[in-house]
Design a protein around this ligand. Structure first.
Ligand SMILES: NC(=O)C1=CN([C@@H]2O[C@H](COP(=O)(O)OP(=O)(O)OC[C@H]3O[C@@H](n4cnc5c(N)ncnc54)[C@H](O)[C@@H]3O)[C@@H](O)[C@H]2O)C=CC1
Ligand SMILES: O=C([O-])CC(=O)C(=O)O
Length: 314
């Protein structure tokens, strides 16, 4: 039998979607289908063609097509959902909930029929609640519905720590749990640099400042950009998750997963450390937490629950 390349659909051809599509192709993770709404069919086709024309220069083999027709996405192995509006300065991610819930629901209805076996990664914000919405609309097993927050939040945390210590970002291993909001929980006690606990390397107040900056890391970029939100690091995060699945790498990554008893939460989607491999979320780790860490996680979980309530009552 001939070997087939993986097929990856990216829904939403805006800043995050287009950047993700290009990075996926550059890493030759598979053929990429970029989908947006019918009103944007031509610009979507144009972006895909422009990316395809970069391939001979950079030397990557991947077909990239743009479309507004879900039949082109049929039988995708991985579907990444970036569709929706992004926040502007002064807004919280939660302000996007009503608009994006409708968009994510309609996208998932299409994905459910065209790619029933796909692993689905959700980026649209507020992402914990949008992963909940996607799970309901898709009706897929929980291991195939995965939200992106923690890879990005941890990347920000690791960036700030590496800068403060003047060491390679590759040697910093942070852990961030909880919802993708200002109450997220960077776990200092579990953070190591080259195997050394970070608390041995930096004074407490510096670590606390880095934790605080991490929590509002998305907002820092929103303020600087002025008219949209981050997309390079979000796209890189989506690509790392896609690679973990398609190459069955069994990476230990923070992902938004359906909790069914873990950490004492039920029927809640929130960021936890998990094994991400060929069968999606293969295992969720439950870390031992101190009372303070548990309280911080409970605060974050309560924020996520309140946003899910808005969707449930709509
Ligand atoms: N979870 C996370 O860590 C992150 C989440 N985000 C979120 O991702 C979303 C996308 O952000 P950007 O790409 O910067 O926004 P953008 O505005 O550049 O792109 C969004 C695209 O979605 C498209 N779209 C809208 N409805 C659609 C539908 N029904 N079907 C297909 N496409 C549709 C729009 O036409 C637009 O091209 C936002 O909700 C943003 O808040 C962004 C960065 C990080
Ligand atoms: O901040 C935003 O609205 C986009 C996002 O989720 C992030 O960059 O973390």
């Amino acid at each position: 039998m001939a070997m087939k390349r993986a097929k990856i659909t990216v829904v939403g051809a805006g800043f995050t979607g287009a950047t993700t599509a290009l990075m996926l192709a550059q890493k030759e993770l598979g053929d990429v289908v970029l989908v947006d709404i019918p009103q944007l069919e031509n610009p979507t086709k144009g972006k895909a063609l422009d990316m395809a024309e970069a391939a001979p220069v950079q030397g990557f083999d991947a077909r990239i097509v743009g479309t507004a027709d879900y039949s082109d996405t049929a039988e995708s192995d991985v579907v990444i959902i970036t569709a929706g509006i992004a926040r502007k300065p002064g807004m919280s991610r939660d302000d996007l909930v009503s608009t994006n819930a409708g968009i994510v629901r309609s996208v998932c209805e299409n994905v459910k029929t065209t790619s029933p076996n796909a692993y689905v990664i959700i980026l649209s914000n507020p992402v914990d609640a949008m992963t909940y919405v996607a799970n309901k609309a898709l009706g897929f097993p929980k291991n195939r519905v995965i939200g992106q927050s923690g890879v990005l939040d941890t990347a920000r945390y690791n960036t700030f720590l590496a800068q403060a210590l003047n060491v390679s970002v590759e040697d910093v291993r942070g852990v961030v749990l909880g919802g993708h909001g200002d109450d997220m929980v960077p776990l200092v006690r579990y953070t190591t640099v080259g195997g050394i606990p970070v608390e041995h390397l930096l004074p407490k107040d510096e670590i606390e400042a880095i934790v605080a900056r991490t929590r509002v890391g998305g907002g820092e970029i929103v303020s600087l950009l002025g008219n949209g939100s981050a997309y390079y690091a979000p796209a890189a995060s989506l690509v790392q998750m896609t690679e973990a699945i398609l190459k069955d790498k069994k990476r230990i990554l923070p992902v938004i997963a359906l909790l069914q008893g873990e950490y004492g939460y039920d029927n809640l989607f929130m960021g936890v450390l998990a094994v991400l491999g060929g069968d999606g979320i293969e295992k969720v780790f439950e870390l031992d937490l101190t009372d303070d860490e548990k309280a911080a996680l409970a605060k974050s979980a309560a924020s996520v629950r309140s946003v899910i309530q808005i969707v449930e009552n709509a």
